[in-house]
Design a protein around this ligand. Structure first.
Ligand code: SF4
Length: 315
């Protein structure tokens, strides 16, 4: 297996350590070090051979994409040597399978440093998110909200969305359906998304808690504390370019600021290197249907659109 190293001068690599750890584990460690230090897109490493091909593609390097900040994964191009990722997932490439498992193990929950680069291939994002929902969230009993819920509400949308909307928690309609933002507030959010020139399935939507607080009360700190690990992992996997928080609890959780919504909204914040725009919750817009509130929300969304180069459309 050959390893082409283009960033030795940056001092991130110790190839002797790679030899000691074994080729796949060592290369993954180097990749993660580079990611933490300077971002995947700047990591000039190319791994050549089937076993490491998965890692190289996950890092967005090795196929002439160094320097790009984001590129949607193309399933037929993910594997090396012409193999596609489904074949790898089926275990036809033992080395790639080992690499994938190691990447996954090290990728999720990997600290609280900045997140950059495209992250995992699309198929792997889908697999990880589905596994988290099916094996962890749906049966979760980590807090008292599990007692009164009908369904957990994991979240939904494009696994490679550039925009990740975060609300507070499921309401009655969401609890009954198991889907986020499907009631009247959901319709308003759909309008906001359409106004940005996007479809609902082109963004990702989730909440800070996955079970409905009784009576639609705000989630208690211990409930938020128990649940937000899921949200953090969702964000780590999806890796949006922009997070839009909807309402005060989501804004405060993500920004770690105890400010009013009036002071937080309209200004850019960051969460682990990802830009964050707090705005009003659609329910609040419906309850306070004034020109002032609607103008404020539209102003916030326009900033997001400008950041992402979206043209949008008025609805
Ligand atoms: S709110 Fe979150 S932590 Fe609490 S039971 Fe539901 S999924 Fe688990």
């Amino acid at each position: 297996m050959a390893l082409e190293v283009g960033a030795v001068g940056f001092g991130f690599y110790d190839l002797r350590a790679v030899e000691k750890e074994g080729p796949i584990k060592g290369r993954i460690r180097l990749w993660l070090q580079g990611e933490r230090a300077m971002g995947l897109s700047a990591l000039a490493v190319r791994m050549v051979e089937a076993g490491a091909g998965f890692v190289a593609e996950a890092a967005g390097v090795g196929r002439g994409v160094v320097g790009k900040t984001r590129e949607r994964a193309k399933p037929r191009e993910l594997g090396s040597s012409g193999e596609d990722s489904r074949e790898m997932a089926a275990g036809e490439c033992k080395g790639a399978g080992e690499a994938k498992q190691a990447v996954v193990a090290m990728f999720v929950g990997g600290g609280d440093g900045p997140i950059s680069g495209p992250g995992l291939p699309r198929e792997e994002k889908i697999r990880l998110l589905s596994a988290m929902d099916e094996k962890e969230v749906k049966g979760c009993r980590k807090c008292g909200l599990s007692e009164s819920r009908t369904h957990t509400v994991f979240g939904e949308g494009d696994r490679e969305a550039e925009i990740f909307f975060i609300g507070e928690g499921p309401g009655e309609s969401e609890d009954l359906s198991g889907r986020p933002f499907v009631g009247r507030a959901g319709q308003k959010l759909d309008e906001m998304i359409a106004a940005m020139g996007l479809r609902r399935d082109e963004v990702f939507i989730a909440n800070i808690v996955k079970c409905r607080p009784p009576g639609n009360r705000a989630p208690a700190p211990e409930e938020t504390g128990a649940c937000t690990g899921y949200l953090v992992r969702q964000l780590e996997i999806v890796r949006p370019k922009v997070i839009v928080t909807l309402g005060l609890p989501a804004a405060r959780y993500i920004t770690k600021l105890e400010l009013s919504m009036g002071r937080m909204r309209g200004e850019w914040h960051t969460w682990r290197g990802i830009k964050v725009m707090p705005t009003y919750h659609p329910s609040y817009i419906l309850r306070n249907y004034s020109m002032e509130i609607r103008k404020a929300v539209w102003s916030d969304l326009q900033k997001v659109m400008a950041e992402l180069g979206l043209k949008g459309k008025r609805v």
